[in-house]
Design a protein around this ligand. Structure first.
Ligand code: SAM
Length: 289
């Protein structure tokens, strides 16, 4: 239906962004959340979950590229990747761009998010849904990690909603303990930790929890225009502290080998290395080494 109305994001009760809606495409109440997809005049198609922006066609590449390429290229030989959440398929697509990846398992709790993303945001995942290396499971991420075999993945990528509602279990000690167990010796996990200018306690809390199970806990940043408030932090937890300390040259060489160079619009080897150098207003929320 055509509209000329505005949609207000409801993430914060006292501040936020709004979009002029060209056309509403879908509005569904799933068993887990309220899902809305609309065509904006400014950012292409937009998906909201419970009133919070998840993805816009205009800037999804920033978040998806950083959440995927940074951990895979720091690891250097990731063959088995577990993705939790990420129902739009954008992370799955980026993971499968790495030609050395042999298997990508994606566990998304809400089948309606996947269905609507396939119908209204088909460019986000591209052909990833049909890649023979992809296994897409509709289920709760916490159940999956509880049952996963020890050392069965090299990298875990958590692309979740914020720690309220169905996403809350993905920020618990139980989740991180199981993630450490299912990761191989040089394994690592990345997870979205919110925008620290507005959600500092989210970064502080999840970092302290992860520190109990991983030798190296830190964060890296990406500036996603529609995750308002400045830098977004992506949490980093690795079993081996050396994994984080790669050089620009090492990252470039690995990216060439993986087939990533020339395919990105935000990620570069220099940005990967620079993203771990944090302004004090962010690093003050991270556990000391
Ligand atoms: N890539 C976007 C972003 O940058 O924010 C989208 C985030 S993605 C759509 C977040 C997904 O996490 C949602 O589809 C939500 O259903 C899923 N999710 C939340 N809790 C979950 C859980 N316990 N297990 C698996 N998936 C979960």
């Amino acid at each position: 239906m055509a509209t000329d109305s505005w949609v207000n994001e409801t993430l914060y009760s006292d501040w936020g962004q709004r979009f002029l809606v060209k056309r509403e495409l879908a509005r569904v109440q799933s068993p887990f959340q309220d899902i809305m997809v609309f065509e904006s005049t400014s950012h292409g198609r937009v998906m909201l979950l419970d009133g919070v922006v998840q993805i816009t066609e205009a800037d999804e590449f920033v978040y998806q590229e950083m959440l995927t390429h940074v951990p895979l290229l720091a690891h250097g030989d990731a063959k088995r990747v577990l993705i939790i959440g990420a129902g739009d398929g954008g992370v799955l697509r980026r993971v499968l761009e790495h030609r050395n990846v042999e298997k990508a398992v994606m566990v998304e709790i809400d089948g309606e998010v996947i269905r609507l993303a396939k119908e209204f945001l088909p460019g986000v995942a591209g052909d990833a849904w049909n890649d023979p290396r992809a296994e897409v499971i509709v289920g709760d991420g916490i159940d999956y990690v509880r049952k996963a075999a020890p050392a069965s993945f090299d990298v875990v990528i958590v692309d979740s909603t914020d720690p309220i509602g169905v996403g809350e279990v993905l920020f618990t000690d139980e989740f991180y303990e199981n993630a450490a167990r299912l990761l191989s010796d040089h394994g690592l996990i990345v997870n979205q930790c919110g925008v620290p200018a507005m959600q500092a306690e989210e970064l502080r809390d999840t970092s302290l929890r992860r520190k109990q199970f991983f030798a190296d806990v830190w964060a890296f940043v990406a500036a996603v225009p529609t995750y308002v408030g400045g830098f977004m932090t992506l949490g980093w937890s690795a079993k081996d502290p050396a994994t984080r300390h790669v050089t620009v040259e090492q990252v470039r060489e690995r990216a060439e080998h993986a087939g990533i160079i020339g395919k990105t619009r935000y990620w570069t080897p220099e940005i990967q290395v620079g993203a771990f150098h944090l302004p004090p207003y962010i690093s003050e929320h991270l556990p000391k080494a």
